[in-house]
Structure formats: structure tokens, C-alpha cells
Design a protein around this ligand. Sequence first.
Ligand SMILES: Nc1nc2c(ncn2[C@@H]2O[C@H](COP(=O)(O)OP(=O)(O)O)[C@@H](O)[C@H]2O)c(=O)[nH]1
Ligand SMILES: *[C@@H]1O[C@H](CO)[C@@H](O)[C@H](O)[C@H]1NC(C)=O
Ligand SMILES: [Mg+2]
Length: 526
Amino acid sequence: MIRLAPRFRLYRDRYRRFYYGLVTFSILTLIMYIYLVFNVTDPSEENFVSYSLQDLDSETQHTFYKGCADINSYLNDQSYRKSNASFIMLARNEELSDILTTLYSIESHFNQWYHYPYVFLNDEPFTEEFKEKVRQSVTGSVQFGTLNELEWEFPVEVRETMEFTERIKDQSDRGVLYGDVESYHKMCRFYSGLFYKHPMVRAYDWYWRIEPDVSFFCDITYDPFFEMEKNGKEYGFTVVLQELYWSVPGLFRATRSYINKNNIRLGSLWKLFAGTFDYARTGDEYLHKTVFDEKLLKEKLEEKINIDHLLDKTQNGDVDLNDKGNLRGLNHLLNRAQSKVPIFEDKFDNEVFDLCHFWSNFEIAKRTVFDNPIYDGYFKHLESLGGFWKERWGDAPVHSLGLALTLDIEQIHYFRDIGYKHSTLVHCPKNAPQEFQLPYFAGDDKFSNRNAKQYDPPFNLGSGCRCECPSIHLEIEDTSYPCMDFWLELAHGMEENTNFGDGGYYPYVDLDQREEEMKEEYEFNS
Ligand SMILES: Nc1nc2c(ncn2[C@@H]2O[C@H](COP(=O)(O)OP(=O)(O)O)[C@@H](O)[C@H]2O)c(=O)[nH]1
Ligand SMILES: *[C@@H]1O[C@H](CO)[C@@H](O)[C@H](O)[C@H]1NC(C)=O
Ligand SMILES: [Mg+2]
């Protein structure tokens, strides 16, 4: 297993160069030139193997099944017990058609064999038409709940203040996604701290969260609740990615203050979310202060190299603004003068939030990962600080940081074999080899003529069962840098090879050496 370490690192580093090249490419024509010089023509790129084409299993982190389980023998196995579990979905009446899309997808790919119940929640009563259509579409029982004011609305003493209205309005000016949509704030608050207390959710030990307009691409032929329980897992995800910084600038500090005030003993999951300030080893004070991840490293080094070059020219008195290199230096100098280091606002105890989090629109979890005194106190603390309206703290980062208060990495499961799409992001696995595939059969008449399309071809390292991925998709596993890297290193117990701060973890980086390497790659015209 240890031998995997350099492999991941190698691919990751190559991948980073490629990815950031790609991003910059689409933004600035000037940088496009640099991109072309560095990345496209980089011969080492030929060896790049994306994560989605690799076997990522480790001893503690692996898919429960390779390919398809034989559903009938699975269900009839002596040791199998149906779990005390339910789907849950918060939704609005007007989302009915998107909801039916979701239901068709989850039923035809999973629930037609397992018949788990559903709980639908809404801040308004569901219409009769809604209930009728939903009941017709599923093979499990359904409950519909209406949230009361305490569950859905911000506390009266908050929502009737001028500050409340203004703060929310202000977020659109600052360009926070959904920042000025009050109901979105309510939704995030509800999912952060209240859903698990709802009586209909508390009636179960496990839940699977779904949303309108999501798709599943593979058959899930085993019972994920049962397998999680059997394997000591408490929280399962399909996508891990970075949050937009401006929606949560104060969340990490708030989390840290709760931890310190209550002497919380953190789970090892914390390492996935917290980084230290000692990321960059360098004699350069400015770089030490501003570089704490690979993206900034590249930006800041590029900036430094160009500025140094310009200053050098200035000293010799031969600055020529028709020269691309000089012009670039000047631009960088202006940028540096204007740049802020926003992430520092949220620094605490020498740790920063790396912005990674599990995407919470899909969750399979034990209810008590949230329904416990530590998490509950955490939510109350966050609520008291007003972050659900002063900022736009999302339930996803709140869940992730909150889980890390109690859970260890080993209790988290990556459902790599579940193909999933929400909005534009797609995770879709490669199918397992042919000998691990089984033919489809309907578990319910509704699905007896499920369109028999061609499944994706098998792949020797694949894990999926009867997957049909979108023909063209950008695989999130390959693009959720740096979160998937961190996840994999932790999943493979590789963090001892890296730089450890107090609680936080980051790969060790020698900035001065990287600067030398980068300088060599640069070509100045003069
Ligand atoms: N009842 C109700 N559900 C909501 C409201 N806002 C969001 N939701 C639900 O909360 C979930 C997340 O909202 P969504 O708009 O999909 O957010 P996104 O996935 O972050 O874009 C979905 O299941 C929505 O149906 C609301 O105002 N009322
Ligand atoms: C399911 O779990 C809930 C919450 O723990 C419990 O109240 C309920 O009795 C359980 N139901 C069954 C059938 O075991
Ligand atoms: Mg959604």
C-alpha cells in the first residue's frame, strides 16, 4: 500500500499543472501563451492517468461490491436485515416534475428491489396532486411533512431586524451565489441543524438524502445502509469538492472557537478539512504568508518571478513596455498591490479551512452523526453567530466540519460505484469487468420495460454495475482538485509522508525549490 504514495503524488502533480493550465487558458489570453509553452508541450503529460481510470481501493476504503450483487441471493441471505432507514427530500410543490425524474432514477436503479420508504418535507403543505403523483412513482411507503415556523424561519428576533434584510441583500452585491435568496438561507439552515430532529426523520436510524432533478447512472444492487452498518461506516458521499470562499468566510473560525470552548476531541476526519500555515517552506516572508495551497503557489510564484524580472530590468534601466516579459511583470506588480489575502481572515490557531467538503445533496448516513449533543451544540453556536444569514453558510461545509468533530476517516465511505449527477456535476464510475456483471431484472412491474440500452463497456479496474454514463462528461473525480487528492491520501493512510501541523495536514512543499524549477520553465523575451 505504501508504494502507492509516490504514484498518487506524481499523478496529482501532473494533473494540477494540466488543470490549472486549463482554467487559466479560458480566462486570460496573455496567460494562454504561458499555458501553451508549459503544459500542452510538456512531454510528461503523456503518462498522466486520471483517478477515474485507477484502482483507488485501500484496506479501509473500498467499494462494498465489485460490479453487481446477485440481488435475490443477497436479499435471502441469512445475515441480511433490512435497515431502519428512509429516503428524505425537502422540496416544493412546483418542483414536482424534477422530483419525478429523481424518483424514477432512484427507483429503477435501486429501490425497486429494496422498497425503502420516503419522507418528503416542505415549508408549505404538499398538494394532493403532488402526493398522488409521488405515491404512484415509488415502491416504498411515503410520508409528507410540513415544517413549522420554528423549523423553517429564522428566529423572530433576528428576521425582523433591519440588519437581517440588509445583510442578505448585500450578499448579492458581493456576488455570493444564492446570497440574496432568503429561502436558500433558510434551506441551508434547516439542513444544517434541523432536519435530523424532525419527527419523521427521527423515526429512522439511517437516511438517504435526495433532491429534485438528480440522476443515478448505475444499478445499486446491494443495500448501502446494511453494508455501511456492517463495515462500521456512518457517513457516505459521492462528491467531495471545494466551497466558494465568499459564502463561508467566517465559518472555520466559528468552528474552531466552538472546538476550543468545548474542548472537543476531533476525529481524524478533521485532517481532510484543515490545513496549516506552514504549508510553504521558504525564506520569503510574503510568500510564506500568502501561499497555502498549490493554486496560490503557482499564482504567487509566477507573480514573484515576473516582478523580480521587472525589478531587475528597472535596475539596469532597460525596461521596455513593448516587451511581453516586462509588461507581465508590471501587471503582476499591480495585482500584488491590489490583492487581498482573504483566507487569512478565517485563520485560527494556525489552521485554515481548505474549503473541501462532501457535497450534501447526496448523503447516506446514520442520523446520529448529526443528532448528537456535540453536533447540536455546534449548530446552536453557529446559529448564535448569525452565519446562516450574515454569510451564506451552506449545509454542506457545515455538515462536513461538524462530522469532523466526532468521526474518524474510517467511518466515512466513498460511494465510488454510485453514478450520480446533480446540476452540472457528474460522478460516473467505469463498469466492473464482464465476469462481475449480471443481467438486469425488474423488481417491480413499473420497471419491467426499463429501456434496455447498451451499458458502458467493462473496464478491468472498474467497479460499477450496469452503468450508463452520460456520453460526454467531465468526471468530478478527476476535477475536484485538491479535495480528492487529500481524500485519497487519507484513505490510504499516507499522511505520515506529508507535513503535519497541529491537527491539520498538508503535503510538504519547498517553495524555494519550486521557484527555481519554475524559473527554468520560464522564457523571457529579453
Ligand atoms: N420546501 C422548500 N424546499 C426548498 C426550498 N429551497 C430549497 N429547497 C429544497 O432544498 C434542496 C436544495 O435546494 P436546491 O435549490 O436544489 O439547492 P442547490 O442544490 O444548492 O442548487 C432541494 O431539495 C430543494 O427542493 C424552499 O424554499 N422550500
Ligand atoms: C427505527 O429507529 C427509530 C429511531 O431509533 C426507532 O424509534 C424505531 O422504533 C425503529 N424502528 C424499528 C422498526 O426498529
Ligand atoms: Mg439541488
